[in-house]
Design a protein. Structure first.
Length: 111
């Protein structure tokens, strides 16, 4: 007697864990000036506190690569550009005002 296979109804796929959004941050500086060094240090502290494991910092020295300023329309340094997640955000200065930085990056609502 031949055996017949019965099909079981397809089960809906469970959604897998979503990939965390990687924050792509680009910091434009002019050499190793005190302001540039301070901006990088402040950015690293903020990222470790609020984006641990979910960020990438690209450091661009405009003294070595001045042509790169045109792409992100950089007019002052240091300047931080949040490339991802969209929309682009730009913050100018040494990034020492952590509240302003959090609001500017959309990690905190403006008060």
């Amino acid at each position: 007697m031949p055996t017949t296979k019965t099909k079981t109804p397809a089960q809906p796929r469970k959604p897998g864990p979503e990939k965390p959004v990687i924050w792509n941050l680009r910091l434009y500086v002019a050499g190793q000036s005190p302001t540039s060094v301070r901006a990088l240090a402040n950015l690293k502290v903020l990222c470790e506190e609020h984006l641990k494991g979910r960020y990438r910092i690209e450091l661009i020295d405009l003294r070595k690569h001045p042509q790169l300023a045109r792409g992100d329309q950089i007019v002052a340094v240091p300047t931080l550009v949040r490339r991802l997640p969209l929309p682009l955000r730009t913050i100018i200065g040494d990034l020492s005002n952590s509240v302003r930085l959090l609001v500017g990056l959309d990690l905190r609502k403006a008060d």
